[in-house]
Every structure is written in C-alpha cells, then in structure tokens.
Design a protein around this ligand. Structure first.
Ligand code: SF4
Length: 207
C-alpha cells in the first residue's frame, strides 16, 4: 500500500516535483504506520494536514479529510523547540516550510536516522529538502553533520548547554557519532518487504 499510495500521491502532486516526492514519501510512510494516525505521525493538526494536501496533493484532499488526532500536541519536551528552530530558519516563510517544520520535529523523535523515520528514499532527499526550505540552517551545517545531531546541537547552543566533549570536532572522540555516514535501508522498503515479499515493485520511490 505504501508504494502504491506514494506513486498515486507523487503523480498528482503540484509544484516542485522534488517537494512532491518528499511529501508523498512522508505521507505514504505515515499512512503505513500502525502506531499513530497519519496526522499524529506527521505532527500536524488535521486542519494543517488538510491544507498541505490541498496545496501539494489536491487530488488527495478527500483522503485526509476528517482524520482524527491532535497531531500538534507535543510528544517530547524538545519538540516545540525543534519546530521553532525550523520555522525561524525557513527559506521563504512559506506554508510548506511550516508543515515541514512540524513533520521534521515529530520525526526527529524517532530512533532511526531522520531520513529513515521520515520515510524518505535516502539521506540526499533530506539534505535537498533542508537546502530548499531551510537554507539559513542548512548552510550552517557546513561539515555535513548528521541532521538530527545537528538540530540538537543547535538547540543546546541556544540554551547555552554544553554537549560537546571537546573544543573542536577534529579532536573529539565523538566525531564518528556526529559525522558518520547515515547509511541504512529505507524503513518504507523494510516494512513493505516484511509485509509482502512478493510486492517489492510497489515501492517506486525506492527503486
Ligand atoms: S564531534 Fe564532538 S565537538 Fe564536534 S559536534 Fe560532535 S560532540 Fe561536539
């Protein structure tokens, strides 16, 4: 279902195709999760999810209409700060940056690489999203730190809370934790394969 839903969403998306791809991956992945309703999985109030669908996936408005759940209710103490960090560094102050800020903050609470928990096909999707929609923040990640580590370091620096073990990354024993490769399999692919080994072809965003 996630792959078929992805294709249907992406094919009908409006605006920048790169945005259509990432929003379709995120929404299809959220739809496939059993733990939370999609609005909760994305950190969006149902009205915001409906507004996102109306702008990016006008053919899917009825799909998200009336979904339950107060997705904006914080699920962790740092979530509002993560959200605010993104919104403050939006490239244009556009509505889709606000939606992405909510989604990134919610999915940053996951246990995997952020690009995986977003349901994206690879880390480059996330890096591209950051450069397009949060350029002032992306430019500060000039050494290509792991994105989630980078967000949390930004928050800690703001609060004056020292988290770094060394004055310089080059001599820090945590270097590999902060800058190591964010490799791995897309979670959408893994969950789909677990669910239906014969239907790998339903994952067009991952092929
Ligand atoms: S590598 Fe060390 S000094 Fe650099 S950001 Fe990570 S914890 Fe801080």
């Amino acid at each position: 279902m996630a792959g078929g839903l992805y294709r249907w969403l992406a094919d009908g998306s409006r605006g920048d195709p790169a945005d259509g791809h990432v929003f379709a991956c995120m929404l299809a992945h959220a739809w496939s999760e059993a733990e939370w309703p999609p609005a909760m999985a994305l950190g969006l109030a149902p009205a915001e999810l409906a507004a996102m669908a109306a702008e990016v996936f006008p053919h899917a408005v009825s799909l998200v209409a009336g979904l339950p759940g107060d997705g904006e209710e914080p699920q962790a103490i740092e979530e509002p700060d993560l959200r605010a960090l993104m919104i403050e560094h939006g490239t244009r102050g556009a509505a889709r940056e606000r939606w992405l800020a909510h989604i990134l903050a919610r999915r940053s609470l996951g246990a995997n690489h952020l690009w995986q928990d977003l349901g994206l096909a690879g880390r480059s999707d996330l890096s591209g999203l950051m450069k397009r929609h949060f350029a002032p923040l992306a430019i500060r990640n000039n050494r290509d730190m792991k994105w989630k580590k980078f967000f949390y370091r930004e928050l800690c620096e703001r609060e004056g809370v020292p988290i770094c073990k060394a004055p310089s990354c080059d001599v820090c024993t945590d270097f590999s934790l902060c800058f190591g490769a964010e490799d791995g399999e897309p979670l959408a692919r893994l969950s789909q394969i677990r669910r239906s080994p014969a239907r790998k072809e339903l994952l067009p965003c991952l092929n």
